[in-house]
Design a protein around this ligand. Sequence first.
Ligand SMILES: [Cu+2]
Length: 217
Amino acid sequence: MKLKPSLLMAAILAVGPLGAPIWAQAATETAPNHSYTAALQSMNAAAIDFSTSGNATFDIQGDQLTIDIKVEGAPPNITHWQHFHGLQGRMAADCATPAADINADGYVDLIETEPASGVTMVPFDKMPAAMDVAHGKYPMASTSGTYHYHQVVSVKALSAAFTKAFDGQALDLDKRVLLIHGVAAETNLPPTVQSLGPIPAQVTLPIACGKIERTDR
Ligand SMILES: [Cu+2]
């Protein structure tokens, strides 16, 4: 039997409105809209004589992750490495307390943050999805120690890079902490202050930390 063209057209039109919600539902499932904040508390303030504070928001709308990090009181005129750090295996990371200074040199260095905060995961530089922690272009603080980092990232691109680098793990922003690093290169630090490989401890010394928390529920 041959279908009349007008009937065929009607059938296509009937499928259209039904098809749309299915597509929309799939998109919602892969990229739910969520928002997160982190209140930054100073680290090593007494030792370095800078009390860094600030706040951050992470807003996911569809495939867009919009990141805003506002910092004040940081060592001025230098770039500040900043990342989210996290633990493996879906455990929630937390900010290290002064008790994390296990070698009692007066500084909670990057290595000493690891039991609480985990490892360096995603850089908040010019290209977070490139996940090039050591060569990223990080923000520079003004002469008064402030900066505002703003970046929009594709959730798909970042998730794909993250999953590849961290053994199938999801971004799980609400299980991460935001760490801000860095004092001036000429800052005198005791040799007991540890860092990552050949990277000077002045670059990686934590100066602020904030636990990332979901706010849309
Ligand atoms: Cu970091």
